[in-house]
Design a protein around this ligand. Structure first.
Ligand SMILES: Nc1nc2c(ncn2[C@@H]2O[C@H](COP(=O)(O)OP(=O)(O)OP(=O)(O)O)[C@@H](O)[C@H]2O)c(=O)[nH]1
Ligand SMILES: [Mg+2]
Length: 390
């Protein structure tokens, strides 16, 4: 899975990226620090089911730390986006192609309002304007790609199929394309859409193929509070996550040097080494208070982008439903992210095509009941797939 960080320049995308992945990247207080995309691995976390079953797990495809399963997620951080990028302003929008394969996006804004929409210092900028600008540029990006191919598309009877060929790399399915055309009131038979129609189509499609959550970053700054309330009012509380990439990054760095023992996502930490300079002591005390009062919410951001936006659940396939083990005796080896509504057969397909082909039935490890191939998986299910295939 790939999650993309996108936003205007100088909002803290690379700081969040670094906090999420622990990759060292360029971070600076001026626009366009990032030019080439950064790619790294972060973790989405969920409470592991091992405690419920009273067992100790040997996690294989994901780590299990302090009772939390950590699912590796690819994260990418790209250059800053400015108004008119689709017409070549700033760094243009070519770099957005690095987000084509992203499943969800985190739009990063500066909640303090101390940087303007081009990333320069200001006072009282409205971060809501940046959200609108980014959404508009994302739509223009997609529309631009479609427009480039409109000549070819318009000659095809099955225009949805032609669009699919172009947009499959953006994770669009034919169903998504048809639904978006319908929503925009457009026909896909030999479509010869105007620019306006293409924009309307792109607006619908991008919402489906690139669901977004907003990171109201720099929540540690005093100016942020009133802007966060206003953003939550305008965009809905669930869509705005106040966060501090800078504090999360500092915490992770302190944990790396073993000064503190900090698990991302937790609202406290153990303090191992107080034999440090007064400045560092003050900084760590400040972070301790910040965690208690507000939280950095960086873990929450990854989790929202990996689970909530994509409606993913976690299921644990096992080979022995009594011991909860795989072939090698590993207990609860794999946690698998799968779309809510998926069936036991779809889980089998994720494991191996041959297992799916030979699938007979499944077994629920909690109830030991037999489940059909069309059983709809539930969050945290532990499932044995019984297949004629080995
Ligand atoms: N106070 C505070 N400052 C932050 C936070 N996150 C980032 N910053 C600062 O904001 C400035 C820009 O951070 P970057 O991470 O380089 O921002 P960016 O969005 O990647 O910028 P570009 O690559 O230029 O688009 C730096 O001075 C960071 O230290 C935060 O949570 N709180
Ligand atoms: Mg950057």
């Amino acid at each position: 899975m790939l999650i993309g960080l996108v936003g205007a320049p100088n909002k803290g995308k690379s700081t969040l990226f670094s906090a999420m992945t622990m990759n060292e990247v360029a971070i600076a207080d001026y626009p366009f620090t990032t030019i080439n995309p950064n790619l790294g691995i972060g973790y989405a976390t969920r409470k592991c089911v091992h405690a419920e079953f009273g067992v100790k797990c040997n996690a294989r495809n994901s780590l299990c730390v302090n009772g939390m399963r950590m699912f590796p997620i690819n994260i990418t951080d790209v250059a800053g986006l400015v108004e008119g990028a689709h017409e070549g302003k700033g760094m243009g929008n070519q770099f957005l192609n690095d987000l084509a394969n992203a499943e969800s996006l985190i739009i990063v804004v500066d909640a303090s309002g101390t940087t303007d929409s081009t990333g320069n210092k200001t006072v009282s900028a409205n971060p809501s304007d940046d959200i609108k600008m980014v959404n508009k540029e994302l739509v223009q990006w997609l529309a631009g790609i479609i427009k480039k191919h409109m000549n070819t598309i318009s000659r095809r009877n099955d225009g949805a199929d032609a669009l699919y060929e172009i947009l499959a790399g953006f994770r669009a399915t034919k169903d998504d394309i048809e639904a978006s055309a319908k929503k925009a009131g457009l026909s896909t038979v030999k479509p010869n859409w105007t620019d306006e129609s293409t924009l309307a189509f792109s607006d619908s499609l991008i919402k489906i193929i690139k669901p977004t959550i907003i990171a109201a970053n720099k929540s540690d700054m005093k100016e942020s509070e009133k802007n966060i309330s206003a953003l939550q009012k305008e965009f809905g509380k669930d869509n705005i996550i106040p966060c501090s990439g800078a504090i999360e990054l500092a915490l992770r760095k302190a944990a790396k040097t073993k000064v503190i023992d900090y698990t991302p996502g937790s609202n406290s930490f153990a303090w191992n080494d107080k034999n440090i300079s007064q400045d560092r002591l003050n900084a760590i005390k400040y972070m301790e208070d910040f965690l208690k009062s507000k939280g950095t919410n960086v873990q929450e951001l990854i989790n929202a982008a990996a689970f909530r936006l994509l409606d993913n659940i976690v299921v644990y396939p096992v080979e022995d439903e009594n011991k909860l083990t795989d072939h090698f005796g590993n207990v609860l080896p794999d946690g698998i992210l799968i779309k809510r509504g998926s069936t036991a057969l779809q889980l089998a397909e994720k494991i191996h095509t041959n297992i799916a082909k030979g699938m007979l039935y499944a077994v629920d490890a909690r109830t030991k009941k037999r489940l059909g191939k069309d059983y709809v998986l539930q969050d945290n299910d532990v499932i044995k797939i019984v297949s004629a295939a080995k």
